[in-house]
Design a binder for this molecule. Structure first.
Ligand code: C5P
Length: 224
């Protein structure tokens, strides 16, 4: 069975960056499951679908005309209907919409097989909220990455500034707090560590240290 390392946790915990670096270091595939929820929300908005209409949004999720392509300078280009949408997907507005549609069981069901199809040799690093609890419950290494709300807001703020996007740290903090609450309180696949997950608090750790700890865990389990 192809090995999977799951990386779950709240927004701004550094999961996305760590998952990408980990996949590069191991030479494994990468699943950014949040992007699928963001794409679903964006495609539904563009089609004029009501985000509370579970069946209609699930239909959008099942038929997403999306392509993931390797980008020239590294990373991935995400194309929706042939148009590059990476920057639009990363906005807080799209994140908030994603968290709304992600609370709909029909939408989660519609995306389940699409996510599992990313599991291909030699291995997969899967980033999300329910990778260890629902999508890949048999994963041999599950990590739950977290950090204080203030630190996560600070990281998001710096990330946006680097991209030349103006942001307000107070509203970012509020948006992250709202999204955490919605993700943790929903009935299906709520945000929580799997029982067999290793919980890593990265508030006081740099990217390299977190990456090293996960690589050590992977080696201990003979995955790398
Ligand atoms: O990780 P990212 O911030 O891109 O995820 C956007 C939203 O998608 C999250 O707030 C969450 O509501 C939802 N999501 C989810 N399950 C996943 C990944 C993301 O519910 N596996």
């Amino acid at each position: 069975m192809t090995p999977v390392i799951t990386l779950d946790g709240p927004g701004g915990s550094g999961k996305g960056t760590i998952a990408r670096l980990l996949a590069e270091r191991l030479g494994w595939h990468l699943l950014d499951s949040g992007a699928l929820y963001r794409l679903t929300a964006l495609a539904a908005r563009r089609a004029g679908v009501d985000l509370d209409d579970a069946r209609a949004v699930a239909e959008v999720a099942r038929n997403l005309p999306v392509r993931f392509e390797p980008a020239k300078g590294g990373g991935t280009r995400i194309l929706l209907d042939g148009e590059e949408v990476g920057a639009e997907l990363r906005t807080e507005a799209c994140g908030a919409d994603a968290s709304r549609v992600a609370a709909l069981p029909e939408v989660r069901e519609a995306l389940l097989e699409r996510q599992r199809a990313f599991r291909r040799p030699p291995g997969l690093v899967a980033d999300g909220r329910d990778m260890g609890t629902v999508v890949f419950p048999d994963a041999p290494l599950k990590v739950y990455l977290t950090a204080s709300l203030e630190e996560r807001a600070r990281r998001r703020y710096n990330q946006l500034k680097e991209q030349g996007v103006s942001a307000n740290i107070h509203s970012l903090l509020q948006e992250l707090a709202d999204r955490d609450e919605r993700d943790a309180k929903r009935e299906v696949a709520p945000l929580r560590p799997a029982e067999d997950a290793v919980v890593l608090d990265s508030t006081e750790l740099g990217i390299d240290e977190v990456l090293q700890r996960i690589l050590d865990l992977a080696r201990e389990r003979n995955l790398a």
